[in-house]
Write a new protein. Structure first.
Lengths: 152, 576, 322
């Protein structure tokens, strides 16, 4: 399938006068590499800064969005995917999609068993706490699950 | 221009492709070291084959012990229910991880895939050998776990039992499954790259034999699903050693999460087992019907479809694990849809048989057994995908019977069929066909006696994995046990017919069945690097050019009328 | 593992082949079963990408576990995240990004026949890996010192003088001795506690998973009773540790369990990456690499980038929870 695509087609993008060109693969220009590195550092600073601003639910979404942008930069520039065979990109995206499938189905039911889960600290943790830290605040009740499990 | 030199009619040639006819991959180099460090895909495949067959013998022995124990209610040959638990766990773990998963892809696939494709080897020969030694490591760890006190968790290692049981061998067997998983991943990875990158000119995707499509689909599952098993087992090992609590309800963890993880791998794993068998059946049926396979593209695409569907049905193993009604309904519906690509295959095989000139060779008998057994196994799967019936049938012998029809009646029968199909190619010897056919019939009868009875047992409420049972079930258990003995006889006869070929089998021709794909155009056994030059690739299901040649004692591909080979023949072939 | 993939092109020399008829004119860097350099290079690239896909699914399982635990216990994650050092995590992120950059430059040097540059870049990448692990080491030891660990040990007071004395006192108390549920004594960091008699955890497991989830094993008090410690006791407790924090949400140990699992597995990958970089450096010094033969640097580099890529997600998921 990919046999027809010629590698050399994309190789000239990295041309510099007097530079050796490999028969296969693609030489990424230095400005791309350094630019990508700088962008990643800047995004790291931004994502740390955003942590201290309260955006509610959006905090997680924003942090993940920045992480996705950073990952894309790494994949496309550092990992050559921008110039590589498309099938390799498909492999990367495919693997992420399958993680997504696993997450979607497993997470769908996340509150299904809440009624049968322990409120407060689980027994094994609690016995240890009781034994070792008598002053510790054991077994606080979760208010978030609306007392579903509080059937006793 | 043809690059395959047809043997001159008359006498067997002294040289094939410029080297002595006696030089093949078995005789190319000698000595035990030349096998241990071999990078040749055929030798690695042969080592896999013997290892897998050895593990099959072991797993089968445990199966016979189980069935014997169940002859009578209460103690029969052991008074310890714990011992019984260890037996069925071992039987399951060995058969799944050591036998069925590597049987077709790693053993037969390794031997046949590159030759069928027209390549000299798989893409990464060292990785291939490494994956074989990972298999060996896994097998050794299984034995170590036995020495350390065995394990009684069932092959599914469900938490929290697996993290709390006092059996000493749990961690070694978890490590074994982890290592075997990576062996499987590397095999799959190798095959994907081989199929993508090592096809010779002319071998387009839609000229690939269906066995290759099946192995390719399997490899996708191996690469995408098996890592999840790896991380699951790793978490389980950590859970058991340092009690992190992620799967442990008494630590606030979630045991159902373990089941999600486990079945995210283990449901696709079921298709790792069955898809390659389907590929073998496609080959056997087409070749022995001497007729182009019906619906080539549909069968090819259905393999890919099954591979994809396999990832989104795992919840049907968890209908009784407290899933929500929505999840149960979704998983049930998607599970039903797997029936579509499976049925596409079965109908296409039957359509291929229709009006074909069927040769009832031993592999063909296995293929026909497969058709019956897979249909029963597949259709009873629908009972289990139906929510309401599953609540009744869950964890009963009905489930046991269902997955044995698929795992053993289909995957293993397919594997044995493939072994008979390619045995002359691999070892260059013909086995006793009459004995092979009789053995196939005995296995078929024994199998049905064993497992059809279990459908009845299960629907009447006999739970699986129980050491003891109510006396009213005894008659079924006795019949089932007798069936397993019949099967044991059948497998013994199979072994005699195959091994006998080494002693009194006649020399196999290059093409004993009338195949058209590339492996039949290479000598039996194949030369060391398969093809000195890239072979010419034709339509692998066009049997009109395959002719019986009594002088060879086998079939011969005569492409002289093909305009691609012989431009002078343009006129005669134009009608096609 | 990626070594095995990257190394296939050296197969050629390993075995005597009987194929002289076609070996002439074969590039010495191309293994016997490949027709051309391009075919071999493409195969190696596809192979390593498939391996990286398995790595993503391998970590993917942990990411799913993280997501499930976080959905179940959102308060735990926003609470416990503050025990992690954002500055150290941020510095580590930068260190990994820079080492990724030097790795990418190393590939470029190999492609363009710059042997000196290749060695320098590989050494810098290796230094980055060491720097990452050193910072990680300081983070881990700090947490171990505060007993911010996984499992039951999370609920043992930190190993300071006061807590130690308390643990000693408890050791002699008969009630405490029987109440402790220990499957494996070694899971306790404190040797004194390890000496306590172990109680089979299976007893807890079977009895405690009732339909309402409230049944307790061994007559342990139900959470309602345990929930109200005497007010005086809180003031006696040593300030500054997580156990004295009245806002400590239940199940906080799960955050640290998944934290150690994910960063630990990532750390193992960093160590493996160091092995690969060291091997590449050795071969670079030997002069193996050139514009005709750089596949090993390229594939090893891809592995190193995926390690960086996973950390890019781990960092916000653990350190940056508001």
């Amino acid at each position: 399938m990919a046999h027809q695509v010629s590698h050399s087609a994309g190789a000239h993008a990295g041309s510099h006068a007097g530079e050796v060109h490999p028969e296969v693969g693609h030489v990424v220009p230095i400005k791309y590499l350094v630019g990508a590195g700088a962008a990643l550092l800047v995004l790291t600073v931004i994502t740390v800064a955003v942590r201290y601003i309260d955006l509610g639910e959006a905090n997680l979404a924003l942090a993940l969005a920045i992480a996705v942008v950073k990952a894309t930069i790494v994949a496309l520039i550092f990992m050559h995917l921008r110039w590589d065979r498309p099938f390799n990109l498909l492999v990367l995206i495919g693997s992420i999609v399958f993680v997504g499938i696993m997450l979607a189905f497993s997470a769908m039911d996340v509150h299904q068993n809440s009624a049968t889960m322990f409120n407060g600290n689980p027994p094994e943790a609690e016995t240890v706490m009781q034994a070792n830290a008598p002053g510790a605040p054991v077994a606080q009740f979760r208010s978030t699950n609306g007392g579903v499990g509080d059937t006793n | 221009m043809t690059t395959i030199q047809l043997p001159s009619p008359g006498a067997l040639p002294d040289t094939i492709e410029g080297r002595p006819a006696s030089d093949n991959y078995l005789t190319h180099t000698r000595g035990i070291l030349s096998w241990i460090f071999t990078l040749d895909h055929k030798r690695i495949g042969v080592m896999y084959m013997w290892s897998v067959l050895g593990a099959f013998l072991l797993g089968g022995t445990f199966a016979l012990l189980l069935r014997t124990e169940l002859l009578t209610p209460g103690p029969t040959i052991t008074d310890s229910a714990d011992t019984y638990n260890q037996w069925f766990t071992l039987h399951g773990a060995i058969m799944v991880f050591l036998v069925i998963i590597p049987s077709i892809p790693a053993a037969l696939g390794n031997i046949i895939l590159p030759i069928m494709l027209g390549a000299k080897d798989v893409a990464f020969p060292r990785l291939n050998l490494f994956s074989y030694y990972l298999w060996v490591t896994g097998a050794v760890l299984c034995v170590v776990s036995l020495a350390m006190g065995g394990f009684d968790t069932g092959w599914t290692f469900y938490t929290p039992y697996s993290t709390t049981t006092t059996a000493g061998g749990v961690i070694p067997v978890l490590t074994a499954a982890f290592v075997l998983g990576f062996s499987s991943i590397f095999t799959g990875l190798n095959f994907i790259v081989t199929v993508h990158k090592l096809r010779p000119p002319g071998m387009t995707w839609f000229r690939m034999p269906l066995f290759l499509w099946a192995i390719y689909a399997t490899a996708i599952i191996q690469v995408l699903a098996t890592p999840v098993l790896g991380i699951t087992l790793l978490l389980l090992i950590v859970e058991r050693t340092v009690n992190i609590g992620i799967f442990n309800p008494s630590m606030g963890g979630d045991p159902v999460l373990y089941q999600h993880f486990f079945w995210f791998y283990s449901h696709p794993a079921v298709y790792i087992m069955i898809l390659p068998a389907m590929g073998i059946i496609s080959e056997i049926i087409a070749i022995n019907s001497h007729r182009a396979i019906f619906g080539y593209r549909l069968i090819a695409f259905s393999s890919i479809a099954i591979a994809f569907f396999s990832f989104i049905v795992w919840g049907h193993h968890m209908f009784t694990s407290g899933q929500s009604a929505l999840m149960n309904t979704l998983f049930s519906a998607i599970s039903f849809s797997v029936a579509i690509p499976s049925a596409v295959k079965v109908f296409n095989w039957i359509a291929t048989l229709y009006k074909g000139s069927v040769s009832l060779t031993t592999p063909m008998w296995y293929a026909l057994s497969f058709l019956f057994l897979f249909t029963i196994g597949g259709l009873t799967g629908l009972h289990l995908a139906t929510l309401s019936t599953d609540v009744h049938l869950h964890d009963t012998y009905f489930v046991v019977a269902h997955f044995h029809y698929v795992m053993m009646g289909s995957a293993l029968i397919g594997m044995i069929g493939g072994l008979h199909h390619w045995w002359p190619k691999i070892f260059g010897r013909m086995y006793d066909e009459r004995l092979g056919t009789i053995a196939c019939w005995i296995i078929f009868i024994g199998f049905n006696v064993t497992f059809f009875t279990q459908f009845m047992l299960g629907s009447q409420g006999m739970p699986r994995r129980y050491y003891d049972y109510q006396p009213e079930f005894q008659v079924y258990h006795v019949i089932s046990t007798i069936g397993s003995y019949i099967m044991a006889v059948g497998f013994t006869l199979t072994a005699i017919s195959l091994f006998g070929s080494f002693f009194n089998g006649k020399k196999a021709p290059a093409n004993p069945w009338g195949g058209r794909s590339l492996e039949w155009q290479c000598a039996s056994p194949p030369p060391f690097d398969n093809f000195a030059k890239a072979p010419r690739v034709g339509d692998c299901y066009d049997f009109s050019v395959v002719h019986w040649d009594p002088k060879l004692g086998g079939y011969r591909v005569d492409e002289s009328n093909d305009p691609e080979v012989n431009p002078a023949a343009q006129g005669t072939k134009a009608a096609h | 593992m990626s070594q095995t993939i990257a190394n296939t092109h050296t197969t050629h020399a390993d075995q005597a082949h009987g194929h002289d008829d076609h070996a002439h004119g074969h590039d010495p860097h191309v293994a016997h079963h490949f027709d051309s350099m391009a075919q071999q290079f493409d195969s190696a690239k596809l192979g390593i990408w498939l391996f990286l896909a398995t790595e993503i699914l391998f970590f993917g399982g942990l990411f799913v576990a993280y997501a499930i635990l976080r959905m179940r216990n959102p308060e735990v994650f926003s609470y416990a995240s503050h025990y992690l050092d954002t500055i150290m995590g941020g510095i580590n992120t930068c260190v990994l990004i820079l080492s990724s950059l030097t790795m990418a430059l190393a590939v470029r040097c190999a492609q363009t026949n710059r042997r000196g540059g290749l060695i320098v870049c590989l050494v810098l990448t290796f230094m980055g890996a060491i720097g990452f692990l050193v910072i990680k080491y300081f983070e881990y030891t700090h947490k171990f010192h505060d007993n911010l660990v996984w499992g039951s040990s999370f609920y043992v007071p930190p190993h300071d003088a006061e807590g130690h004395a308390e643990a000693m006192a408890l050791k002699t108390a008969p009630v405490a001795a029987t109440a402790i549920v220990v499957k494996d004594p070694t899971l306790f960091a404190i040797p004194d506690l390890a000496a306590k008699p172990a109680v089979d955890v299976s007893a807890v497991k079977s009895a405690s998973v009732g339909p309402s989830g409230m049944a307790r094993a061994n007559g342990t008090p139900a959470p309602e009773q345990a929930a109200a410690p005497a007010p005086g006791k809180l003031e006696e407790a040593h300030p500054g540790t997580h156990l004295e924090d009245t806002k400590l949400p239940p199940n906080t140990h799960l955050f640290f369990a998944i934290y150690y699992c994910m960063t630990g597995l990532h750390g193992i990958h960093v160590v493996a990456g160091m092995g690969i970089i060291a091997w590449l450096t050795w071969r670079a010094v030997r002069g193996d690499f050139s514009s005709k033969n750089f596949t090993a640097v390229d594939t090893g580099g891809l592995y190193w980038h995926i390690v960086d890529l996973i950390w890019i997600f781990l960092f916000p998921l653990f350190y940056l929870i508001h």
